[in-house]
Design a protein around this ligand. Structure first.
Ligand SMILES: NC(=O)c1ccc[n+]([C@@H]2O[C@H](COP(=O)([O-])OP(=O)(O)OC[C@H]3O[C@@H](n4cnc5c(N)ncnc54)[C@H](OP(=O)(O)O)[C@@H]3O)[C@@H](O)[C@H]2O)c1
Length: 172
């Protein structure tokens, strides 16, 4: 039995879109809070584009160790941010620091790489029940290889333009 879980967290539109013009597309405050609560206290591993897409006043993401994956040297100078040259190196750093559940938080290239290389044990997927136009996609994953262990539906309201659901999948 492994003593740790490497997780991924993402919000995906019905047509698998996750971003457009290096930004998020929808505004779903309950999902932002879910992301914050789920990743609080953990290491969060992200691609350089995702990191710089976070508004300057909100980065590094507070209450979490931010790890940025890039092939460039010296691109991130922000205090407290850990810069690594591969997703594997980021995961290793987090586990060595004693984190039992580091999170891969995107974007598209980093999700693709992590799934293709079977680095992920658990996925927290917010399924946004609507199609959106975008330029960045979450890869289609083999549903036979993943077991849904929980799911919670959220109805739309005056602050949430569409319904969505929080699902968690474990690798089989
Ligand atoms: N819906 C969601 O939950 C969600 C979550 C996160 C992000 N997003 C969206 O995703 C989009 C950004 O995704 P993206 O695919 O454009 O970029 P990304 O994955 O965030 O970052 C890509 C960068 O990461 C580095 N990188 C990628 N693979 C690497 C590897 N194997 N080894 C070393 N470095 C590597 C490279 O940085 P260098 O070029 O510096 O070498 C590359 O340019 C945005 O629209 C964002 O809003 C959505």
């Amino acid at each position: 039995m492994k003593d740790h879980t490497v997780s991924l967290i993402v919000a995906i539109a019905s047509n698998h879109v996750i971003g457009k013009d290096n930004d998020l597309i929808w505004f779903l405050p309950k999902d932002l809070k879910y992301f914050k609560d789920t990743t609080a206290g953990h290491h969060v591993i992200m691609g350089r584009k995702n990191y710089f897409s976070i508004p300057e006043k909100f980065r590094p993401l507070p209450g979490r160790t931010n790890i940025v994956v890039t092939r460039q040297k010296d691109i991130v100078q922000d205090e407290g941010v850990v810069v690594v040259s591969s997703v594997e190196e980021g995961i290793k750093y987090a586990l060595n620091a004693g984190d039992k559940e580091p999170f891969v938080i995107g974007g598209g290239q980093i999700y693709n790489y992590s799934l293709a290389n079977e680095l992920i044990d658990r996925m927290y997927i917010t399924h946004v029940h609507k199609d959106y136009e975008g330029d960045t996609f979450f890869p289609h994953f083999d549903e036979n290889k993943w077991l849904e262990i929980s799911s919670e539906h959220v109805d739309p309201d005056h602050r949430h333009e569409t319904s969505f659901s929080y699902a968690v999948y474990d690798r089989q």
